[in-house]
Design a binder for this molecule. Structure first.
Ligand code: SUD
Ligand code: ADP
Length: 270
């Protein structure tokens, strides 16, 4: 069976408090994109190893056991009798970019195994499995625009009308460590809820729909802020870094031209 884990962007992200477990509560809007990885899972009738792993596309650091696809398989194998499988990942989504690619791969592996082997796991239970694999993973079980709170695992689907606009993603050759990005933020509850801010017209979002990670990341990586500024100067209605970065996105009314050919670029009609 083949699935297409998509990337996400964060539209607005407030880090509201630090939790006793070291994680942070946040308020953000997860928005799915059309930028995909590809995962193929086949039952391996001839083998007796629990899984065979292969990958192509962008090289990922770490070995099979550290890959979130395999972590998802092994998590389900604790509760279900899943026969030996071959898993191939074709990696397209830049990782460590704030695009949630690894988290998406984990969630889509859960849902694909559920369907392939008729495990009859409910969405609610899939969400709890996903939350064990990463704070961002639960979103990809629903995979529809959601306001997320908690560590990112409490999800409220919302309707956000960006239809017929264009999304441009740029990923500079910069790696941002998520824990380090969080450590640079002083958590605080915002004066207005993100839902209220997003209910305003998109032309008014520039100064209100803020990603708290920008204040933590931009001082050490001014090149990321330059990308955001250039998106606005090139006609973006709204632009921001996604998640803990380093990818930046812009929303345009008309199809934008490629502005940073030296970096990873993605343009889609929403
Ligand atoms: C920052 C966000 C915003 O959507 O996304 P990305 O930038 O990674 O896409 C997420 O909170 C990232 O979620 P995810 O990438 O799944 O984080 P995890 O692997 O679960 O945790 C990595 C580390 O980030 C920190 N962390 C993560 C989530 C959270 N709510 N609070 C945290 O403090 C913790 O130090 C944790 O050890
Ligand atoms: N299938 C995978 N795809 C991408 N990253 C993965 C995968 N499995 C494990 N990882 C690890 O997860 C991290 C990136 O996770 P990802 O969700 O793509 O982060 P981000 O949301 O910051 O882009 C990397 O450190 C990478 O080593």
């Amino acid at each position: 069976m083949i699935c297409f884990p998509n990337a996400k962007i964060n539209i607005g992200l407030h880090v509201t408090e630090k939790r006793p477990d070291g994680y942070h509560n946040l308020e953000t809007l997860f928005y799915p994109t059309k930028l995909y990885d590809v995962i193929e899972i086949i039952e391996n009738k001839s083998g007796d190893e629990p899984y065979l792993w292969s990958s192509s596309g962008i090289a990922i650091d770490g070995n099979a056991e550290s890959n979130l696809c395999i972590k998802a398989l092994l998590l389900l194998k604790q509760d279900f009798d899943i026969p030996p499988v071959k898993i191939h990942l074709h990696k397209v989504i830049p990782f460590g970019a704030g695009l949630g690619g690894g988290s998406a791969d984990a969630a889509f592996t859960l849902t694909t195994l559920n369907e392939m082997f008729q495990l009859k796991i409910s969405d609610e239970k899939l969400i709890s499995y996903a939350a064990k694999l990463g704070a961002d993973c639960a979103f990809f079980i629903l995979n529809t625009p959601c306001i997320a709170t908690g560590i990112g695992d409490i999800l409220q689907p919302v309707s956000l009308n960006l239809k017929d606009k264009y999304l441009m993603l740029i990923k500079p050759d910069i790696h941002i460590s998520t824990p380090e990005a969080y450590s640079g933020i002083k958590p605080a509850f915002p004066d207005m809820s993100l839902t209220e801010k997003l209910s305003q017209p998109i032309k008014d979002w520039k100064d209100t729909v803020v990603n708290d990670f920008e204040a933590s990341v931009f001082p050490n990586h001014p090149g990321i802020k330059e990308i955001k500024d250039k998106l606005y100067n090139s006609g973006a209605t709204y632009a921001a870094m996604t998640g803990s970065g380093a990818a930046v996105f812009g929303i345009f009314n008309e199809k934008p031209k490629v502005l940073f050919p030296e970096y990873f670029n993605w343009i889609e009609k929403i």
